[in-house]
Ligand binder design. Structure first.
Ligand code: BTN
Length: 237
């Protein structure tokens, strides 16, 4: 797919901005990307915030149009997480993937992804911690590329490197669904075959992480050996 990139110096949230732009311009093309250097009211999953001071982190969103079966959509964000892990590998930082679409380094979150359904497609927002020096103001263990490598990076350059990788993975996903990217996903998931718990609201389920299904759903095996799909939740080990 092709991307059409626009940088804006400061925005409350790139996801919200792109959603509002789509309302004004319903013909906005698939692949429209909005990136900001400073995000003041960014949104995370489950109502959390995702703020970013000027030039600290990569924060951007893109529009993916298409009449996709809603069940296939979570895997688009998984394809995005794979792409970020590939970018980090190019930058000599070893990353793990955490279902549904977090990227971790040494057990700490370095990237979060928020996908939201819009008429005729989805908006996928990516936040990658790049030059953030401290992560102790965040309500979960977090890290950044600077913390992990000691090097500051230019966020424009990183986005230029990430977009072609993202394009390749999303093309694979669009052609063959999650099955097409499953190997790359599983290669970066360290806890397959281990005990995990999945928390969805008040419901907590425990079992063995057996792998991932055709649409990217997590497969949880109970003590009796029965494998059942999990479509949403937060995983802990
Ligand atoms: C998470 O909670 O893990 C998801 C975080 C997603 C943050 C990104 S930053 C760019 C885009 N704009 C937003 O408001 N949120 C996403």
């Amino acid at each position: 797919m092709n991307f059409y990139l626009q940088w804006i110096d400061r925005l409350p949230s790139t996801n919200t901005f792109l959603k509002e732009r789509l309302e004004l311009e319903p013909q906005l093309p698939s692949g429209t990307v909005v990136a900001t250097r400073e995000q003041t009211q960014g949104k995370g999953r489950r109502g959390r915030e995702w703020l970013s001071a000027a030039n600290e982190n990569l924060t951007f969103s893109f529009l993916l149009r298409g009449e996709y079966d809603p069940r296939t959509l979570p895997a688009a964000a998984m394809a995005a997480a794979i792409s970020v892990a590939e970018l980090l590998a190019l930058e000599k930082i070893d990353a793990d993937l955490k279902w549904p679409n977090d990227v971790l380094v040494n057990g700490k979150k370095i990237c979060g992804i928020l996908s939201e359904g819009v008429p005729g497609g989805i908006i996928v927002g990516i936040g990658l911690n790049v030059n953030m020096q401290r992560a102790d103001h965040i309500d979960q263990p977090a890290t950044s590329m600077l913390i992990e490598s000691g090097e500051r990076r230019n966020i424009d350059d990183l986005l230029e490197k990430l977009l072609p990788i993202l394009s390749a993975r999303l093309d694979e996903w669009a052609q063959g669904g999650f099955s097409k990217v499953r190997k790359k996903w599983e290669a970066n998931v360290p806890n397959i075959g281990k005990m995990i718990s999945v928390c969805d609201g008040d419901a907590v389920r425990e079992g063995l992480l057996a792998g991932f299904g055709e649409q990217g759903e997590l497969l949880l095996q109970d003590e009796a050996g029965t494998v059942s799909p999990v479509w949403a939740g937060d995983v802990s080990t």
